[in-house]
Design a protein around this ligand. Structure first.
Ligand SMILES: CC(=O)N[C@@H](CCC[C@H](N)C(=O)O)C(=O)O
Length: 374
């Protein structure tokens, strides 16, 4: 079966974080069809560890692929559209998994000296599978000496990768704020505390944090992606909920932004005579690419493959792969996949040629890293 077909099969069955049951079972079925002699498979929740024994191992090279989809109604019109209502692989994890399977298949047929560890990780979009997976017993036993991962990039052409050493992705924190006031008849606002009005004021005030509290030479983002509240057009809302995400380039700025959010929310409680509950949800550590390995990878791809290497800027995207890179030297890079619509868009349609580009380039690079004497 081709890895494009595998991507299409996976694209049909997107599942949210820690619910990747069908995805896990699909991957396990494929893995069982491969030669088993040098491969060991362990499941962890809805994730999977796959270890390939090297011929003359001195180290273990790790490769991580994330597995979950997003709560989006797909609008691509593709013949292999998501079969799961209101769920879509809109962040390319179907690509990431297919590429990992391609690499596993390659290295079972063409063994190298070093051990390889492939990590199929659940819940990248939230609440985060990387950190608990890192702390698992299996990871402790099979811990790699270096690790890499990729993320598809709609803005770069197929046949290119984009990468930089040092900081690549931001620190993140989710944000959930529940407001509770006093609802009532639409015609009697003076007898109520309207939580729709409080939520609107809150969202506007939150936008002042990046403009007024974060050093302009630093960067931060506060995005509110969802507001909900009220029941019907002629009842004043008793409850409202504001949901968003915070991104910062430094851990210190994240602390500052959270402190300001707490103050602003206390102000809303006083000003609108309501109760507010704040939940910062899950947070991800920044993605920081280790210098030596990243530079060596860029050099290798430039000189030994026909893939173009673009030196990119850092992005305010988040990735819990950052936790893995905090403990294990390695890097993440963007894989050019050329889609008119971006990540997290209902019409994201990356070019499938990127799958073979990645398998071919990474099998060469991993072969080079896994046979070369350091
Ligand atoms: C690559 C990517 O798009 N990652 C997500 C990670 C989200 C983490 C969490 N749910 C949050 O919203 O903070 C991203 O949105 O950058």
């Amino acid at each position: 079966m081709s890895f494009v077909q595998i991507r299409r099969d996976l694209h049909k069955i997107p599942e949210l974080g820690f619910q990747e049951y069908k995805t896990q079972s699909y991957l396990l079925n494929y893995l069982k069809s491969l030669p088993q002699k040098r491969m060991r498979i362990e499941t962890w929740k809805t994730g999977i560890f796959v270890r390939i024994e090297g011929l003359n191992p001195r180290k273990t090279i790790g490769y991580r692929a994330d597995m979950d989809g997003l709560p989006i109604v797909e609008e691509t019109g593709l013949p292999f559209l998501s079969e799961h209502p209101e769920k879509m692989h809109a962040c390319g994890h179907d690509f990431h998994m297919s590429i990992a399977l391609g690499l596993i298949t390659h290295f079972l047929n063409e063994p190298i000296d070093d051990n390889l560890l492939f990590i199929f990780q659940p819940a990248e979009e939230g609440p985060g599978g990387a950190e608990p997976m890192l702390q698992s017993e299996i990871m402790n036993d099979w811990k790699p000496d270096m690790i890499l991962a990729l993320h598809i990039a709609p803005e770069y052409p197929v046949g290119s990768i984009a990468v930089k050493e040092g900081l690549l992705f931001a620190n993140t924190s989710e944000l959930f704020i529940d407001l509770t006031g006093k609802g009532g008849h639409a015609a009697y606002p003076h007898q109520t505390n309207d939580m729709v009005v409080a939520a609107c004021s809150l969202v506007t005030q939150l936008q002042t944090i990046v403009a007024r509290n974060v050093n302009p030479l630093d960067s931060a983002v506060i995005t509110i992606g969802k507001i909900s509240g009220g029941t019907v057009q002629n009842i004043i809302a008793e409850k409202a909920r504001v949901e968003g995400t915070i991104r910062t380039l430094s851990v210190e700025s994240m602390e500052k932004v959270k402190k300001r959010i707490l103050s602003i929310v206390r102000g809303i409680e006083v000003g609108y005579e309501c109760e507010a509950k704040i939940d910062f949800g899950s947070s991800y550590y920044q993605v920081y690419n280790e210098g030596k390995l990243t530079r060596e990878f860029m050099e290798y791809v430039r000189n030994d493959t026909n893939v173009e290497v673009i030196e990119c800027e850092k992005a305010m995207t988040g990735e819990d792969f950052g936790y893995m890179l905090k403990e294990i030297p390695g890097f993440m890079f963007w894989l050019g996949a050329d889609s008119r619509y971006g990540l997290h868009h209902s019409k994201l349609n990356p070019k499938e040629d990127a799958i073979d580009v990645a398998i071919s380039m990474l099998s060469k690079y991993i072969h080079y890293k896994g046979t070369k004497s350091e």
